[in-house]
Design a protein around this ligand. Structure first.
Ligand code: ZN
Length: 403
């Protein structure tokens, strides 16, 4: 018995020393809109097998709002949207008097107010590469990753995988130790056809093949200790055209307010001359509407969702629950489909899977919020955190084999 225990301890020690002797590499892949239950629902065998070898969370809880840009930026900054700056896919800034929409950071990186993981790496002499990640082309803090591409939705997925593997095969001085990849197909199909559709099933199967191929090549063709982290930014839920609200029917005076339709929320900003009394008057009018399907988010609710004061915080936020949403375009064009961006609930959960030489097998791992991934990646890469963050490094610390 004692011999067995000793042998087990020895194996453990060898694993630890093997992982410690080399600088670890992190490949972070996002499959946009991949809901937490798609692995079983659509039988994603390869992804399930990777999870089996490492850790899989029961769900990855998105930050509010459960939209693509705020969540991708929270994953790579460890910050809530109020602190990293990208508070929705579309929003208004009352100080700048400008609207932001997805990707505007590329033209003006001051929309982002914190340090992404690829810059944290580069500042500490660790090369990074991004074959897409929202806002990864933006020159945040005056720089980008050593290797990056300008976003192109049609860029073939196989080519992205090839490039990721090729980067990891570069001679050591040129080789990145942090690589990100991004795939939008599952989200696109989820929006168009809903989460229960054949099209989402096919998209999941395709991505599952692709990720399986990447995993094989990381094992066989790459001579570096690579840890794969597979995430999604949010889940997906069914919406119906019948439940859509027409923002044009609401008593909002466009002379007084700038309205941003974020589909699951309506963001109402005061114009420069608009008074507090006029904001209150609108609030009362909206509250008095009979049979309204939306809520006016309270200050206490917003605080609980980590929305803090600032020029990007609307005066009023109207929120809805699925299957309702705010319709876009002409009502005759509204269609059933899928969306995300609601308050956190189970359908909004994404996935978190991590496997590699520095990661323990951990089953089950409870659901957790995506702001904790940043300090986890920093730890795997032996990077010091250079700025205060919202994420807590102790949440994923138990997954790390070596540190
Ligand atoms: Zn998304």
């Amino acid at each position: 018995m004692r011999v067995i225990v000793l042998a087990l301890l020895l194996v453990g020690a060898l694993q630890v020393s093997h992982a410690q002797e080399q600088d670890q590499t992190v490949v972070l892949i996002s499959i946009d809109g991949f809901r937490h239950d798609y692995i079983e629902k659509y039988d994603a065998k390869n992804i399930a097998a990777i999870a089996e070898q490492g850790a899989r969370a029961e769900g990855l809880i998105p930050v509010y709002p459960a939209k693509t840009f705020p969540n991708h930026i929270s994953i790579v900054t460890g910050q809530y949207p109020s602190n990293h700056g990208i508070v929705d896919n579309r929003f208004f800034d009352t100080e700048r008097q400008q609207k932001y929409q997805m990707g505007d950071g590329v033209k003006d990186s001051t929309w982002l107010t914190t340090l992404p993981i690829w810059n944290l790496a580069e500042f500490q002499g660790v090369k990074a590469a991004t074959f897409f990640w929202p806002e990864s082309e933006a020159r945040i803090n005056g720089r980008t990753a050593s290797y990056y591409f300008n976003y192109s939705k049609p860029a073939p997925y196989e080519q992205r995988i090839d490039q990721i593997v090729q980067w990891l095969q570069l001679p050591k001085p040129a080789r990145p130790r942090l690589v990100t990849g991004y795939f939008s197909l599952v989200d696109t199909m989820g929006h168009r056809f809903g989460p229960d559709s054949e099209q989402v099933k096919e998209a999941v199967s395709y991505l599952d093949e692709l990720i399986g191929d990447l995993w094989q090549r990381l094992q066989n063709d790459v001579d570096a200790p690579v840890n794969l982290i597979l995430v999604s930014d949010h889940g997906m839920t069914q919406i119906t055209a019948a439940e859509m609200i027409d923002p044009a029917q609401l008593p909002i005076d466009n002379e007084l307010f700038t309205v941003v339709n974020a589909q699951t929320r309506l963001l109402i900003y005061p114009n420069q001359e608009t008074t507090e009394a006029q904001v209150n008057e609108l609030r009362q009018q909206l509250e008095a509407m009979p049979n309204r399907q939306f809520v006016i988010e309270s200050e206490a609710q917003l605080q609980a969702l980590n929305v803090s004061q600032g020029p990007r915080k609307p005066s009023l936020i109207l929120g809805v629950d699925a299957p309702a949403s705010f319709g876009r375009g002409a009502p005759e064009e509204w269609r059933d489909g899928g969306t995300h961006g609601y308050h956190s609930h189970r359908d909004m959960d994404g996935i978190f899977i991590a496997a590699g030489p520095a990661i323990k097998q951990q089953h089950p791992l409870p659901r957790f919020q995506n702001i904790h991934i940043y300090p986890f990646m920093a730890k795997l890469l032996s990077l010091e955190l250079l700025t205060p963050i919202d994420g807590d490094e102790t949440v994923l610390q138990p997954l790390i084999l070596t540190k």
